[in-house]
Write a protein that binds this ligand. Structure first.
Ligand code: WQD
Length: 371
């Protein structure tokens, strides 16, 4: 739900509606995408979703429709299929694009860099070429705090030099460069680069949420699966960092706050050509153990865990300087870690296997049966 956050900055409230626009959301059936579709519809916009469903389920859109009473047009399209991308723009009068679609697992990107560069970069180029051809030149891009790399002091500030240290992060950085060059070459483009910190939580209805395929890489979905009985215990990656409790600190942000940040950015660039970048974070760090305790409070019972060795590539701590988004967009986070955990748990408790009604059959079983 969009709330007025911006009185203190004098900027028009986020929910100050611009005229109804038709927004194309790539990756709109995913975790952040589906929450953003909901925020866009609540703000009065029409939505078209393009997604290849490689990491998500169309069920998320059906549930968003339940919640908003509005239906987004859906196209099962892969961005690397340029003619199919063009066809979506032929079919709809798109006013602006919010671009989430892409592969996003850091560890996987190290194993499969070619798949990451092909999908994320070529897919984005196809999208931008189709936009340009159809005179659609407003885009909000889903970037990531991972572009800050491992050498910047905290809190991270938008003007800092960036330098990701993994292929996934480098695709985000290169897409930022592509969009910056495009905006600098052609002032008809309106571009927002949003650098997320750690999105967690779920819509308070408990009907949509994070549904990772396979073993979750990220902390909170893993904790949630332990709490619901799908995993034995949480492995805490490192208890010997130079932090108050020895576990690593991150800037967690509620996914509904994050989604609202996209609507605020869309409103901001509507009348402003050029390229701008904003951190979307709370500006505060929370440790692994602090998050675990919050989740235990939400569940009402202890969650088993074991402190093990550090995970390769992890940083001890990082969080955002979130002042630019407040000053420019009138946007700041409204929910704390306890609320994130309460909402995440409600989603997980009500949907133990995510959007699958029952436990998905393990691939191995299918092979074993000689299928
Ligand atoms: C958070 C903390 C782990 C799992 C990643 C990507 C980033 C962005 C968000 C896309 C770390 C610890 C985790 C577990 C643990 N994704 N942890 N046990 O690594 O900060 O960021 O996701 O944009 O690009 O890098 O998030 O949730 O994986 O880890 O102890 O089972 O939790 O070591 O300290 P991360 P995370």
């Amino acid at each position: 739900m969009l709330q007025h956050r911006s009185t203190q900055s004098g900027v028009a409230p986020i929910s100050a509606s611009v005229e109804t626009m038709k927004i194309l959301v790539t990756g709109g059936t995913g975790y952040i995408g589906s929450h953003t579709v909901l925020s866009l519809q609540e703000a009065g916009h029409d939505v078209v979703v393009l997604d290849n469903l490689v990491n998500s389920s169309e069920e998320s859109l059906r549930r968003v429709s339940e919640l908003t009473g509005k239906t987004a047009a859906f196209h099962k399209v892969d961005l690397v299929d340029e003619p199919a991308v063009e066809a979506v723009f032929d079919q709809h009068q798109i006013d602006a694009v919010i671009h989430f679609a892409g592969l996003k697992a850091v560890g996987e990107s190290v194993q499969e860099p070619l798949a990451y560069y092909y999908n994320n970069i070529v897919g984005t180029l196809n999208l931008l070429r189709a936009m340009d051809k159809h005179n659609v030149r407003s885009i909000v891009f889903s970037s990531s705090a991972t572009v800050y790399g491992e050498h910047n002091p905290i809190p991270y500030i938008e003007k800092m030099e960036i330098g990701a240290n993994n292929p996934y992060g480098r695709t985000k950085e290169q897409i930022e460069d592509i969009l910056s060059d495009l905006g600098n070459a052609d002032d008809r483009w309106h571009i927002a680069l949003l650098r997320y910190f750690n999105p967690v939580g779920a819509h308070p209805s408990g009907r949509i949420g994070e549904d990772p395929q396979g073993i979750p890489n990220n902390l909170v979905p893993f904790i949630a699966q332990v709490a619901v009985g799908r995993r034995e215990k949480l492995m805490v990656f490192g208890g010997d960092y130079d932090t108050p409790d020895g576990t690593a600190q991150r800037d967690y942000i509620h996914v509904v706050d994050l989604a609202d940040g996209h609507v605020a950015a869309l409103n901001y660039i509507a009348g402003r050509p050029g390229v701008r970048r904003w951190n979307l974070g709370s500006g505060r760090g929370s440790s692994v153990l602090e998050v675990l305790r919050s989740f235990e409070k939400a569940v009402g019972q202890p969650i088993p865990y074991e402190i093990t060795g550090r995970r390769a590539g992890d940083l001890p701590a990082f969080w955002a300087d979130a002042s630019s988004a407040l000053a420019d967009l009138g946007w700041s986070t409204t929910k704390n870690v306890d609320q994130m955990c309460e909402d995440h748990w409600r989603w997980q408790k009500n949907n133990p296997y995510g959007y699958n009604a029952a436990e998905p059959a393990a691939a191995g079983n299918a092979q074993a049966s000689g299928a």
